[in-house]
Design a protein around this ligand. Structure first.
Ligand code: CUA
Length: 156
């Protein structure tokens, strides 16, 4: 069998590209630890209200201007409804859902993730300027979806 020279060349280029893609992804996943989390935290979605820390949603200081915001989501509200943090605060949101899949998004930040019942989701954001933010649900969760939001106030 005779393979055309150019066809052979492009076959080699194709294989090299695939090899490079595997190498780069592997390097990022293992050497740079950018792989998706494998130690996923789970929770019984029917017992959220009794399971610490979700039995007491709210803000907890965990370091120098560092906070943990424990939040629960359910159709169609966030708990708590409002959070106040000082300027520059690094806030790690710890979230779970009591019922269906919700999503969170804080416009003008990188906070954007799904919150799936049975799982604990964490996401961190540093609020550099004093401002008012709104956290909205961005995953359709029912008739009240468009009203599902809460407020974050970053004080001077
Ligand atoms: Cu919760 Cu949409």
């Amino acid at each position: 069998m005779k393979v055309h020279k150019l066809e052979e060349l492009w076959l080699i280029i194709g294989v090299v590209i695939i090899g490079l893609a595997i190498a780069i992804t592997g390097y990022q996943a293992f050497a740079k630890e950018m792989a998706p989390p494998s130690h996923i935290e789970t929770i019984d979605p029917t017992k959220v209200s009794e399971t610490p820390p979700f039995n007491k949603p709210g803000l907890k200081k965990i370091g120098d201007n560092e906070y943990e915001a424990v939040m629960t989501l359910e159709a169609f509200k966030f708990e708590p409804q409002k959070l106040e943090v000082p300027k520059g605060a690094k806030v790690t949101f710890k979230l779970t859902s009591k019922d269906v899949v919700h999503g969170i998004n804080i416009p003008n930040t990188n906070v954007n993730t799904m919150v799936v019942p049975g799982h604990i989701q964490t996401i961190t954001q540093t609020f550099k300027k004093s401002d008012r933010f709104i956290m909205i649900c961005n995953e359709y969760c029912g008739t009240g979806h468009d009203t599902m939001s809460m407020q974050i106030v970053v004080k001077e």
